[in-house]
Write a protein that binds this ligand. Structure first.
Ligand SMILES: C[S@@+](CC[C@H](N)C(=O)[O-])C[C@H]1O[C@@H](n2cnc3c(N)ncnc32)[C@H](O)[C@@H]1O
Length: 273
């Protein structure tokens, strides 16, 4: 078994941006609870695995922002001759993946930033990523993916777009103007970034998914357990009165199925020509 000491640590990680530390810290705290709570993320990831190509131009692939590497087995079954690198900013997530027995000689961990991969140009046949690149700049991360892909290599991404968690954002907006939900890039941002980076025939599809919860507390618990509660630029604690007022607002959105939480999910597929 791979020991934790063997997790490759990119030298580029020595001085990451402050926000990268915050993202990594949030996910590190969620490492143990991630698999049990990431219901939507895991469902989206499984549908992404179904879209894996049958052959790659180079027998090397990446899962960017793999967390606990929940798709390791399915990915290896789909592409049995390929060597995978499971990349994540959070060392604790990779350690949890290791505890769960997800690494082997063909599926190796790499602690690195998706926006600055310590990998050679044109070295990968596939880049896969599910619910991980939403804190990245679309232009920077797609250029990096394009760089490491070999000609005819493919990228397969799913991530939440602007408009996700809108009920939470709307409920907070009535209470105060502090950021409580991340300002995510929209479809047009990813579309123009894909074109500018050289992915000429990128296929981008948007799917709206709604989860229902019994209480705002269970929504907050779920977001925390999956690390999705990280908000760029947020500072200070939320007071109890502000929280209760927000809950009252959110309750106005209750339906027969419960409290809705909307995710606006992008599926992006492209080939390096
Ligand atoms: C919501 S989890 C997704 C995990 C998994 N891909 C899934 O679909 O269940 C997001 C993961 O992306 C990682 N992440 C976020 N930004 C990253 C970046 N710039 N580079 C590498 N990993 C990143 C986080 O540390 C976290 O483990």
């Amino acid at each position: 078994m791979t020991s934790i000491a063997n997790i490759s640590w990119s030298t580029d990680m020595a001085v990451p941006e402050t926000d990268k530390h915050a993202v990594s810290d949030h996910f590190s705290r969620a490492a143990r609870s991630y698999d049990e709570h990431a219901i939507l993320q895991l469902a989206v990831g499984r549908s992404l695995v179904q879209r894996l190509p049958q052959q790659l131009p180079v027998d090397a692939a990446l899962d960017l922002g793999c967390a606990t590497a929940p798709f390791a087995r399915a990915q290896q079954q789909a592409l049995p001759t390929v060597g995978w690198q499971a990349v994540d900013l959070s060392r604790a997530m990779l350690a949890e993946a290791q505890t769960r027995g997800r690494f082997n000689e063909r599926y190796q961990p790499l602690c690195a930033d998706a926006e600055a991969l310590p990998l050679a140009d044109a070295s990968q046949g596939l880049v896969f990523s599910c619910f991980a690149l939403q804190w990245c700049d679309p232009q920077i991360v797609l250029a990096e993916i394009y760089r490491v892909l070999a000609p005819a290599g493919r990228v397969l991404l799913a991530l939440p777009l602007a408009g996700s968690l809108r009920e939470l954002q709307q409920s907070w907006q009535v209470i105060n103007q502090r950021p409580h939900v991340n300002a995510l890039p929209g479809l047009a941002d990813w579309q123009s970034a894909a074109l500018q980076c050289g992915f000429m025939d990128a296929d981008l599809q948007q799917q709206v998914m709604v989860e229902y919860y019994d209480s705002v507390k269970s929504i907050a618990r779920r977001l925390k357990a999956t690390g999705a509660d990280h908000v760029s630029g947020a500072s200070g604690l939320t007071g109890k009165n502000a929280w209760l007022a927000m809950v009252e607002e959110y309750e106005k959105k209750r339906t027969d199925q419960g409290l809705p939480l909307t995710w606006n999910v992008l599926f992006l597929e492209a080939e390096k020509s």
